[in-house]
Design a protein around this ligand. Structure first.
Ligand code: 6R9
Length: 635
């Protein structure tokens, strides 16, 4: 038997050592024993980080949906695969069994085929957290179409950029979505986006809120009638191990979003194996990850990882605050959740509310608590541990990225002793390295540097859609022969890792990665704006909030600053989405720049943090006098 399920610390170290010494043998055993292959591989791994090129299980053929659905039917056909909890607590939850999931995915897959979608075509999915979202993801995978899920909180502009970047032929959406007490006109956003997307030939619309929407004839069709008439049988397409499974966009520090490309076999093996161990999932457990499937956490740990293990995975449509801040705990009690995986920003928001909202509910089913998306601060960690886990349920602080596809550094619950704010130890097969400023690896413990990974792992992204050069420059050029994560980290005296945060121009706000450049580009669209710079500053719920420094054009007219602030946030909402709105906007006559014209964000960040004790030497700036002005007017 391979070491699929790690049960104690000695075993972890032993398996970890094996995974590093003989990675190919190690992953081959996992792949061999726990998955369904139509054809086995000729070669486990080939790689060259200088190109970069990485191939896992080359020559193998499979379909991930056979692993996530078909192979469970004989033993788990009547087990709930997806448990859908609607936005409105009065609406009944829906239990979709593995048998039903099989039929519904096949029907959806047949609809896609009838609409002309073929293997390799890109399908954009812009749906709220309703079962059709998970089902359509799997339906694409069933026929080998590449799904590109766009989080249904993104604006029309952000959506059209993503549709065009990967040339999607079709968009799947709904008439609208529920978000707490509000409804959102998703179809309207799609219509607006498609004004600038010529490649989209058809739009399938799921009915969810029964709103009166416009259907464009020849392009738009209602989904449900098509599904009802579709056959419940659909043979899975034969996929090569390295065929793309999906594209998922993530913000970069510059320019347009990066369409990270994930492939089939390695992604499946890694997400399944991490899911099993990191959540210690057992057969009758009910697992809930509160993320949206629009993010990587939802792809890997709501859909693929859990289903590959035959798990019951909860999909929640609503928000933590509706009808009140007790909703999460109500759901934990109602569905007897065993593993609960959420983000620090949600924990901080819930910790602000009274404990009676928790105490009303029976949380005794919980066994494992997870955290993901940003560093978890000590206070939030203890609140989570004391009040939700009652000091009995270990917290797995899981560090990973859209680019890594699956969890990379994490405790294994009941195996790795946890330590607040530490993601602790590398997962099996993961080889982290900390690098100093000069590009040297920092060996030994009690060191702090930039976090890299020095050996391939199965679920790593293989490229950026349409721009391999950018993939190479962003991730494989900072340090020779290493994948650079963009994060800083330290390693303590026992070898535990603590992620200290981004070291590039990505700011994580409420767990969402936001690049400064696209926000600045949006602000600069305002006719009164000459230039702008964005930095993050600490916020007690969001983790970071955005602080904008804006230079206005000199038009000789005086402008109302509060109106301008509203207009700037409106433009940001239109270009990116409400998640990127600025909390503070300071108007200034200049921005501190180096002699080569680069904005010194370090200084702006310190001022926004109200920490001006050590600004460093500002005399070499092109315009040192502006620093005092900015400090005098800080908000
Ligand atoms: C899975 C996901 C990736 C960035 C990553 C890092 C931050 C994620 C973290 C964490 C500290 C953790 N991050 N998990 N920082 N501790 N447990 O979130 O992917 O949206 O691509 O974000 O999030 O900065 O580089 P993604």
């Amino acid at each position: 038997m391979s070491n699929y399920h790690i049960k104690h610390l000695e075993e972890y170290y032993q398996v970890y050592r094996k995974s590093v010494r003989e990675p190919e043998n190690f992953w081959e055993e996992i792949a061999e024993e726990h998955f369904m292959w139509q054809r086995k591989w000729d070669n486990v791994l080939s790689w060259d980080f200088s190109k970069p090129e990485v191939k896992w299980f080359e020559g193998a053929q499979l379909n991930i949906t056979e692993n996530c659905i078909d192979r469970h039917l004989s033993t788990r056909g009547d087990k709930t695969a997806i448990l859908f909890e609607p936005n409105d607590p009065k609406e009944a939850a829906e239990h979709i069994t593995y048998n039903q999931l099989h039929e519904r995915v096949n029907q959806f897959a047949n609809v896609l085929k009838d609409q002309g979608i073929k293997k390799g075509d890109r399908v954009c999915i812009y749906l709220p957290m309703i079962p059709e979202l998970a089902i359509s993801v799997l339906a694409c995978a069933r026929i080998g179409a590449i799904h590109s899920v766009v989080f249904a909180g993104f604006s029309a502009t952000a959506l059209s950029t993503r549709i065009n970047d990967s040339d999607c032929k079709m968009v799947l959406t709904s008439d609208g979505s529920y978000r707490g007490a509000k409804t959102i006109d998703l179809k309207g956003i799609v219509d607006e986006a498609l004004e600038s997307c010529d490649g989209v030939k058809s739009v399938l619309v799921a009915k969810r809120i029964n709103s009166d929407i416009q259907m464009k004839s020849g392009r738009d069709k209602w989904l449900q009638p098509l599904l009802e008439n579709a056959s419940k049988a659909c043979e899975a397409e034969v996929m090569d191990a390295e065929d793309p499974l999906f594209i998922l966009y993530t913000s970069g520090s510059t320019g347009k979003p990066k369409g990270m490309v994930h492939t089939s076999a390695g992604y499946m093996v890694h997400t399944a194996y991490t899911f099993k161990n990191v959540f210690q999932y057992r057969e009758n457990d009910v697992y809930w990850c509160t993320a949206d499937i629009g993010w990587i956490t939802g792809h890997s740990y709501i859909v693929y990882g859990p289903l590959a293990n035959g798990a019951t995975t909860v999909m929640f449509e609503g928000v933590p605050s509706y009808p009140d801040f007790g909703r999460f705990w109500e759901i934990v009690e109602k569905h007897k959740i065993n593993q609960f995986y959420t983000a620090p920003t949600a924990i901080r928001a819930l910790a602000k509310e009274g404990l009676e909202l928790i105490e009303k509910h029976d949380l005794s089913s919980l066994k494992v608590l997870g955290s993901v998306g940003e560093p978890i601060n000590e206070e939030a960690w203890h609140w989570y541990n004391d009040n939700v886990g009652k000091k009995k349920s270990p917290i797995v602080d899981t560090w990973w990225q859209t680019e890594t596809g699956g969890i990379m550094i994490t405790p294994i619950p009941f195996v790795t002793p946890t330590k607040p704010t530490y993601a602790t130890l590398p997962f099996i097969g993961i080889q982290p390295a900390l690098m100093d400023e000069n590009g040297k690896e920092l060996k030994g413990n009690q060191v702090e540097g930039r976090l890299c990974i020095k050996f391939p792992w199965p679920s790593m992204a293989r490229t950026i859609w349409g721009n391999h050069q950018r993939y190479k420059e962003t991730y494989f050029s900072a340090y020779e022969n290493k994948y650079f994560t963009g994060d800083g980290a330290l390693r303590d005296e026992v070898g535990y890792y603590r992620i200290t945060g981004r070291v590039d121009d990505v700011i994580i706000v409420s767990g969402h990665n936001l690049g400064t450049a696209p926000i600045e580009d949006a602000i600069n669209e305002h006719p009164a704006v000459a230039e702008s710079a964005i930095v993050g500053f600490p916020h007690d719920v969001k983790g970071n909030a955005l602080y904008g420094y804006v230079i206005l054009k000199d038009t000789g007219e005086s402008r109302d600053h509060n109106n301008l602030r509203k207009e700037i946030n409106q433009i940001i909402t239109e270009h990116i989405g409400p998640i990127a709105k600025l909390d503070k906007i300071q108007f200034t006559s200049g921005l501190p720049k180096t002699r080569s014209g680069k904005i010194m964000r370090r200084i702006l960040r310190k001022i926004a943090h109200k920490d001006t004790s050590n600004l460093g030497d500002t005399s070499t700036l092109l315009n040192p006098e502006v620093v005092q002005e900015i400090m005098d007017n800080v908000l």
